[in-house]
Design a protein around this ligand. Structure first.
Ligand SMILES: [Zn+2]
Length: 295
């Protein structure tokens, strides 16, 4: 099995979850989201050797542990991350708090992945460029400062702005730190489809443009559906974030675990915050803690 797929003369796709892109400019490589695990590290090192690059930098699209696990071990000359996300790349406690809602540090059975504190050397303020031809754009929602990497050959790495259909079915409620922003980002990606030739999802198959647009549409619909389910679930009977989350996950028919409920409740909290500022929902105090109801 070849270790990578050449998407153009300069851009190479390494399968995985997350998928990794390697873009070569002269004898320098840019690695987008290297991933995690020692096997991944070996694979990437061997690909870099075969591409005969003398120097490489890493671009981190957002702070999630599965995307950055091996960054600190790759000894890249530079590590790029967005201004908004870099503090969470550098501090794992803040990262886990933002991701799961708990100040968990180190290894924990509740975390899907863990990654050490990871040094960022270069802060990106999108929209901006790295060198002459790598374009960096904000794709907020999944995290507040998530970026997309648009390469000169039209390959656009959109990270976790959208997920493959299998991932979407498995999780029911896709993880977005801010679901409203994530919805706007998917709409923008669909509306501005002329700006790229090919989009790459971190978690999902390598697709042609037509199929990937269908996946974007699937993600747009799912986020909109989750928002409408939260609206419908809110009634006169006040409910906790946990109850609302579990009920909607049940409606999607997914296997619920502690980790999935933790992650999904972050998406739900963001929707409740939005509905509250719209005047649609309100929080009330109760013996079970804070509960939510329709206003
Ligand atoms: Zn992510």
């Amino acid at each position: 099995m070849p270790q990578y797929v050449a998407l153009s003369e300069k851009t190479f796709y390494v399968k995985g979850s997350p998928a990794t892109l390697i873009h070569v400019v002269d004898d320098e490589a840019f690695i987008v989201d290297p991933g995690s695990g020692s096997k991944r590290r070996k694979t990437l090192r061997s690909i870099l050797r075969s591409l005969k690059v003398s120097d490489y930098s890493i671009i981190v699209t957002h702070y999630h542990a599965d995307h950055i696990g091996i960054v600190s071990k790759l000894n890249a000359s530079k590590v790029y991350a967005s201004e908004l996300d870099s503090v969470f790349v550098e501090h794992s406690v803040l990262r886990n708090y933002a991701t799961y809602g708990y100040q968990i540090s180190g290894e924990s059975k509740y975390l899907l992945y863990s990654a050490p504190d990871t040094k960022v050397t270069d802060i990106l303020k999108p929209p901006c460029r790295i060198g002459d031809d790598i374009e960096i754009l904000y794709l907020p929602g999944h995290t507040l400062g998530q970026i997309g990497v648009l390469l000169p050959d039209g390959v656009f790495y959109i990270a976790d702005a959208a997920f493959g259909d299998r991932v979407l079915s498995a999780v029911g409620i896709p993880y977005h730190f801010d679901a409203i922003l994530a919805l706007e980002t998917t709409e923008k990606l669909i509306n501005e489809q002329d700006m790229y030739e090919k989009i790459i999802f971190s978690h999902g198959p390598l697709l042609d443009k037509k199929d990937s647009l269908n996946v974007l549409e699937l993600n747009r619909k799912r986020i909109a559906d989750v928002i409408s389910k939260v609206r419908k679930t809110l009634g006169n009977e006040p409910m906790s974030v946990g109850e609302i989350t579990a009920r909607i996950l049940r409606e999607y028919g997914v296997d619920q675990t502690v980790t999935l409920q933790m992650l999904a409740s972050i998406t739900i909290r963001s929707i409740l915050a939005h509905l509250s500022s719209e005047g649609y929902a309100e929080a009330v105090v109760s013996e079970k803690g804070v509960l939510w109801r329709k206003k």
